[in-house]
Design a protein around this ligand. Structure first.
Ligand SMILES: Nc1ncnc2c1ncn2[C@@H]1O[C@H](COP(=O)(O)OP(=O)(O)O)[C@@H](O)[C@H]1O
Ligand SMILES: [Mg+2]
Length: 408
């Protein structure tokens, strides 16, 4: 059995003669050697009045072998964040020899801000486990994004709480998140460009041809002799059908690239979408919008408009709602769009699309659209309590806050 003695740093170092210092140095070297070789069973922390022992019992050795070989950092700390034990992986993460990690303070690897956030989690770790994302400060000055999973572990025979910590390197996860974000924003941009192209083709191509069809069928109606009633009626039906098809194509084309948004601005476009939705689905839509004194930047208008479209699509597809409220406000130099339904709701952390990996681009697309204009996107929902989507985008300075609201 090997014991490490750790002097509590609050205790003044004895003024020393050279021989005593040498002896201590030799002892420390021997200790470090033992840590490196995995021979340490006990860490002793010398306090002002008495000393505390932290032991690794023999029965725990197999776990220790396991922990040594795992690909995540593992630590045990005292409540005061002194590192009692660290595995090799953690030493590699902080680019520091293991012998310099064990017995030192965990504080040295964190910023003041992360330390402040960690403190309350450590305090309640005896009761509940918790997680926190931090930036680890490695000894060469580099930073490593890491997830700390914290849990109080029993320490028989001592009043001091021991904290067990698993440290996961998040570099790869962050990179993947960044990639997903870039990818989603590209998809959103490509979708927007493609919608514009299809809308134009529908308008310039199919609508023009349908208009020609209406003109010709009208001419046919006029040319047919009055006694040929059956043919005349069929030609009139043809003309009427062509007229309805034009309306439908215009509706689709409008949905793809709303000219009302370009021409009349956001509020008019939100209103037109709300009205069309209410008429088609029979779900009541209440719209409350601030009066905007100036046009918002085109990318923000388009973002909010698309988010409303997607949110309403979700209401129609999933919510079984009777009522939807759409609210456009200007809180704190931001524009905020909130879409709230009184439908069945869902658990945003565990919705089916997320679990089975199918579909689910709607909410993700909304988030990325909002992020694309520097905004935030929140989903507030719980089962049987409806859903609210809240998007908030910071505005350029010149757009003032008006106080009037208009209702549908
Ligand atoms: N307003 C809503 N009411 C109830 N459930 C919703 C609502 N919006 C989204 N959901 C749930 O969230 C999931 C993900 O939505 P979304 O990302 O738009 O993907 P999709 O609509 O393709 O399934 C839906 O499958 C549904 O379970
Ligand atoms: Mg959807």
């Amino acid at each position: 059995m090997k014991t490490i003695r750790h002097k509590d740093s609050s205790r003044p170092a004895p003024s020393g003669e050279l021989a005593e210092l040498r002896a201590r140095l030799a002892e420390l070297e021997e200790t470090l050697h033992a840590i490196r070789g995995g021979e340490v069973d006990t860490v002793m922390v010398a306090g002002k009045e008495d000393s505390q022992f932290f032991t690794l019992e023999g029965a725990n050795r197999p776990y220790r072998v396991l922990i040594e070989s795992m690909n995540e950092g593992a630590l045990t700390l005292t409540g005061g964040k002194l590192i009692l034990y660290a595995n090799q992986c953690f030493a590699r993460m902080v680019k520091c020899p293991l012998e310099q990690v064990t017995g030192s303070s965990f504080r040295r690897f964190l910023s003041a801000k992360d330390l402040a956030a960690l403190r309350p989690l450590i305090k309640r770790s005896a009761k509940t486990g918790s997680q926190i994302q931090v930036m680890l400060h490695a000894s060469d000055g580099s930073l490593l994004p890491a997830l700390l999973s914290i849990r109080g572990v029993a320490n028989e025979g001592s009043k001091e709480v021991i904290i067990g910590m698993v440290v996961t390197d998040m570099t790869e996860a962050r990179r993947n998140e960044e990639l997903l974000r870039t990818f989603t924003q590209r998809v959103v941009q490509a979708q927007e460009a493609e919608r514009g192209r299809v809308a134009l083709e529908l308008h310039d191509g199919i609508t023009q041809m349908l208009c020609a069809l209406i003109v010709h069928s009208q001419a046919l109606v006029n040319k047919l002799a009055p006694h040929d009633a059956a043919a005349k009626s069929a030609a009139m039906k043809l003309s009427g059908l062509a007229g309805k098809t034009v309306e439908e194509v215009e509706r689709i084309s409008h949905h793809l690239r709303p000219s009302v948004l370009d021409q009349l601005g956001l509020v008019a476009a939100l209103r037109a979408t709300g009205t069309e939705f209410a008429e088609r689905t029979r779900v009541a839509v209440k719209l409350a919008c601030v009066k905007l004194t100036a046009r918002l930047p085109a990318d923000i208008e388009l973002t909010l408009y698309r988010i409303l479209q997607e949110a309403l699509r979700n209401v129609e597809k999933h919510a079984r709602a009777r009522r939807v409220t759409v609210r456009l406000t200007l809180p704190n130099a931001c524009v905020q769009l909130a879409i709230k339904d009184d439908g069945i709701g869902f658990d945003p952390a565990h919705h089916p699309a997320r679990q089975n990996g199918k579909g689910g681009f709607g909410l993700l697309g909304m988030r990325e659209r909002a992020a694309g204009v520097g905004g935030t996107h929140q989903v507030k929902s719980s089962l049987r309590a409806g859903t609210e989507i809240v998007v908030r985008v910071p505005l350029p300075r010149k757009i003032r806050k008006p106080d009037e609201q208009t209702d549908l």
